[in-house]
Design a protein around this ligand. Structure first.
Ligand code: NDP
Length: 474
């Protein structure tokens, strides 16, 4: 075949693959040819690595798309902050962190790539959709699924960061059963606070709702429900000024009565925060339409479509009501199905996919793909699970640690099904470093059945680390 005929054939394919995809007035012209001129192409780019993002990733990868997940500032999302998850259908009880890690492994096994980075800016005015990360990488996405979740608003009082997850939480649905027979407080005066209190009623002995004003903001119908629960009462004009604890667990709160101007202490085992959530719209806030709650607006019926064709949203970022991991996962699945339909509709055929292969974004991925442990409790639980755990202790300023990153990432990808690879910031978790006598970084430690079995102050290369892991597996 002459070069001219090949060129003509390619032009026909490209012309057929050019089309218009859109909803209502927000029509976007999709010209597949444009993608051929771009580097760093991704078929489905997913922002966020909680249950919504990971479920979307699993589905999109199974549809045959090349999927990249930008994990964001809190890899794994809110679920990693909860302890036991006891409402994931089919699993009676699992640590939130382990559930996320299972989902991530599932996605990886299907070829999903993970990038430990955060999206800083987006440009959805044209197509491909461009996304630039904090590390300065610009990706050209053929479709985007936003699953960046929400963050509970925090009080910002002393003791809060120390006891978050150790008696202070924002999910009674998840944690209420752990407070059987205990006195607890719920902070807030909206519908969420009422709901949290009602969730706690079958378990806790006494539930006090601390409302900062002289009235609740909650709807009357919700407030009326409270009268059915004798164990629930409300204290108005009360503001929490400190979370108290014994070093391990919450033991009480300091409250300020803004009417009498008096301060007192309440002894409680649990503090349930319900002062609202904020959707993590970040870089997307000005690129897609938002609803009255500040969440990303879904524009078409029961789909996960946003106001921008080719951009979908799933999970807490678009749902201010249900906020459950299972619901988020379900919406992630819907978003992946919508993204698949969009890509097929845009003319991304198998042939086009093959032509785009050399344009795909592959670099700088492996070194960032390892899960980061952020608390000693999390680390101890992981090691205590009995699995083979390979931990890379590092600090942000250590050049040798940076050198080890791609090696560690690469071995974690190859051996990830046999062992759990994690990174631990030794400076952030100084007590753990002290306990393990880590005085230099990088330091790679391998734990098996809860015991330290190997320790390396220096790792020569990928093969050396892989050999070390494989020796421990025997
Ligand atoms: P809201 O924003 O409605 O209420 C937040 C509450 O927290 C307010 O009472 C507010 O007090 C209080 N608050 C805020 N900051 C502080 C602080 N620093 N210290 C003490 N108190 C504070 O949030 P919700 O999460 O309750 O509700 C969000 C949305 O979701 C609403 O639209 C709600 O209707 C909806 N929702 C509906 C449910 C249902 O229908 N079943 C269940 C849950 C939520 P103040 O009033 O003084 O500002």
């Amino acid at each position: 075949m002459s070069k001219r005929i090949i060129f003509l054939a390619l032009s026909i394919i490209i012309t057929c693959a050019s089309c218009v995809v859109g909803i209502g007035r927000a029509r976007k012209s999709i010209d597949v040819q444009v993608a051929f001129g771009k580097p760093n192409v991704v078929h489905v780019l997913i922002a966020g690595s909680g249950p919504a993002g990971l479920s979307a990733a699993i589905y999109a990868a199974r549809f045959g798309w090349y999927v990249v997940v930008i994990r964001g500032p809190q890899p794994g999302g809110l679920l990693t902050k909860t302890s036991e998850v006891e409402n994931w259908p089919g699993i009676k009880s699992i640590l939130g962190m382990n559930l996320i890690s299972e989902m991530e492994n599932h996605a990886r096994s299907l070829g999903v790539q993970f990038v430990q980075d955060t999206i800083e800016t987006v440009d959805f005015s044209g197509w491909p959709l461009t996304v630039t990360t904090q590390n300065g990488v610009t990706l050209n996405a053929l479709s985007v699924i936003i699953a960046t979740g929400s963050s509970p608003l925090m009080l910002g009082v002393p003791g809060e960061s120390k006891y978050w997850g150790f008696g202070e939480t924002s999910c009674a649905k998840c944690d209420a059963p752990f407070y059987k027979g205990e006195d607890v407080v719920v902070i807030g005066g909206g519908d969420s606070a009422v709901e949290e209190a009602i969730q706690l009623a079958p378990y806790a002995k006494r539930i006090t709702i601390l409302v900062r004003k002289d009235r609740m903001r909650a709807s009357q119908i919700m407030q009326d429900r409270l009268s059915q629960y004798p164990s629930i009462s409300a204290l108005y004009n009360h503001e929490v000024t400190e979370i108290l604890g014994d070093g391990n667990q919450v033991t009480g709160v300091t409250v300020f009565n803004n009417k009498t101007r008096q301060t007192s202490t309440m002894n409680v085992a649990g503090v349930f925060l319900a002062i609202g959530h904020k959707p993590n719209t970040g870089a997307f806030a000005s690129a897609v339409k938002l609803d009255a709650n500040g969440c990303i607006k879904m524009v078409e019926g029961r789909s996960q479509k946003t106001s921008v064709p080719g951009v979908f949203a799933a999970g807490d970022i678009e749902d201010s009501v249900y906020r459950q991991a299972v619901v988020a996962a379900g919406s992630g699945v819907k978003a992946a199905i919508d993204a698949d339909a969009f890509l097929v509709g845009a003319g991304i055929t198998l042939q086009v996919k093959n032509q785009l292969k050399s344009h795909l974004y592959l670099g700088e991925i492996l070194e960032h793909s390892v899960y980061r442990v952020t608390s000693i409790k999390e680390f101890d639980e992981l090691v205590g699970s009995g699995k083979l755990v390979v931990a890379d202790f590092y600090t942000d300023d250590c050049p040798q640690c940076k050198e080890l990153e791609p090696i560690f990432g690469s071995v974690s990808k190859e051996c990830g099904s046999q062992a759990t690879f994690v990174k631990v910031n030794a400076q952030d978790l100084l007590d753990l470093s002290d306990r393990l006598h880590i005085y230099n970084v990088p330091c790679v430690m391998i734990f098996n059945k809860g015991q330290l079995v190997a320790r390396y102050a220096r790792v020569g290369g990928k093969d050396e680390l892989k050999d070390a892991v494989e020796r421990c597996l025997k």
